[in-house]
Design a protein around this ligand. Structure first.
Ligand code: UD1
Length: 417
């Protein structure tokens, strides 16, 4: 049984390079299906979620080679339109293949997607929008059977600015006659990165990164080359880890603008922050101040993916913080484990009250989802004594070389396989 062992209490200091964004690379890899040829995607981190996406691509008929952080995806020739449930269940973002496969094959058969258990994660908005574009979608024996002989551009208003639904509509709309406009689209930077890749393939997508995205369909698509944007949540993780240990860190290869919401809170916590063109330097105070409130919101608000990281960091702070999770229902799973380490957290529905303590103590804990697992690493680094983190496989869905990077920053952390 694998686990991560941490001897806490070491102040982190030094610099760390941030890898490509998981949430950008997954839809971009899915989009390679849409145009025949050899695509070259740079800055693809070695993550288990990326490996599963590659497995899905190979199942569909693509050939993939990796050279360092570059993936070469050859989608030449006949491709399949069926993704088995065993693969779909491994990944939430597998649902993005729906739009991509429909564009290439005019049909797709996929099951409901999986992913981290954060409460109900419906795909009703994806299905409703694809139907509005003219797709015929039936549900049979747990599978979605979709046909899209002719799609027609439409104005689509999303009830919620869903990241995945915005991406799926963008992909399907590339194959629609006429113009599709997505209103109340998600504004996350990963959507802009996907749009940049689609446009480099010959698509015509504008407005990505704002709440109105326009796609002019039926452009001729060709294979392309792209460098994936940096992972803003991984960058946030290292910043929080440094802050939690009273450390000093230089986070390199990031886009500081993408980090605005989290940097504002870190600054409220008393951290000194200097932003460069593609780097952020943080110097933590000896004791973190507690910001009064944190509320997760769609981008450019405070990201839900950073919520557990801040929850862990603020367990050692000088006051009380009220955290409100507005995006996902069950995103406080790390809290129960943090209590075992001496944290004072009370949860009431979507609100968590974190009362800072002077000291956390190492304990035996279990990762239960990706960011909750990373939160436990942050707490373990800040705790006195030894922490054992079981089920670390959740963490490797989203972090490459986590232990090595933290060791270089001065942490005493090892993976035990
Ligand atoms: C993406 C990110 C995830 C992040 C989330 C919110 C990827 C691979 N994952 O997930 O890391 O936490 O955005 O920033 O990019 N919803 C519906 N019906 C739908 C779709 C979504 O009700 O059809 C709801 C969800 O339950 C949730 C909210 O909308 O409450 C936002 O979800 P969404 O933006 O779709 O998240 P994902 O794309 O799954």
């Amino acid at each position: 049984m694998s686990r991560i062992l941490v001897n806490g209490g070491h102040r982190l200091s030094g610099c760390v390079k941030i890898h490509g964004a998981k949430n950008a690379v997954l839809p971009i890899l899915a989009a390679t299906v849409m145009a025949e040829g050899v695509h070259t995607i740079h800055n693809c981190p070695k993550l288990s979620d990326v490996s599963v996406t590659c497995e899905i691509l190979e199942k569909l008929g693509a050939h993939i080679t990796r050279d360092g952080d570059t993936l070469v995806v050859d989608t030449t020739g006949e491709m399949e339109s069926f993704i088995p449930e065993s693969l779909m269940r491994k990944l939430r973002s597998s649902v993005i293949f729906l739009g991509a496969v429909l564009t290439r094959k005019k049909e797709a058969k996929i099951s409901a997607p999986g992913g981290c258990e954060l409460g109900p994660r419906p795909i009703d908005l994806h299905i409703k929008a694809l139907r509005e574009l003219g797709a015929d979608i039936k549900e049979e024996h747990g599978y979605l059977i979709c046909r899209a002989d002719n799609l027609y551009g439409k104005d689509i208003h999303l009830d919620i600015p869903s990241v995945g639904a915005t991406e799926n509509i963008m992909l399907a709309a590339c194959n629609a006659d006429g113009v599709t406009t997505i209103k109340n689209a998600a504004c996350e930077p990963e959507i802009e990165d996907l749009a940049n890749f689609l446009n480099s393939m010959g698509a015509c997508v504008s407005g990505a990164g704002t709440s109105t995205v326009t796609i002019v369909g039926k452009q001729e698509l060709k294979a392309s080359e792209h460098k994936v944007m940096p992972d803003r949540i991984v960058a946030t993780t290292y910043l929080c880890a440094a802050a939690a240990t009273g450390g000093e860190i230089d986070v390199l290869d990031v886009c500081p603008e993408h980090l605005s919401a989290v940097l504002a809170v870190l600054s409220d916590c008393g951290c000194r922050i200097i932003k460069g063109k593609d780097r952020v330097m943080l110097k933590a105070p000896q004791i973190l101040k507690s910001p009064a409130a944190i509320k997760t919101m769609p981008y450019p608000g405070f990201p839900t993916d950073a919520q557990s990281l801040f929850l862990a960091m603020l367990t050692k702070s000088d006051g009380t913080t009220m955290i409100t999770e507005t995006i996902f229902e069950s995103r406080y799973k790390a809290a129960g484990e943090l209590l075992r380490m001496g944290a004072k957290i009370s949860i009431n529905g979507r609100v968590a009250l974190v009362k800072g303590v002077n000291k956390l103590s190492g304990a035996c804990v279990s990762a239960q989802d990706l960011r909750g697992g990373a939160a436990l690493v942050i707490a373990a680094l800040a705790a006195d004594g030894k922490t054992v983190i079981n089920s670390p496989e959740f963490i490797y869905r989203g972090y490459e070389n986590l232990e090595e990077n933290l060791q270089r920053l001065g942490a005493d952390i090892v993976y035990e396989g």
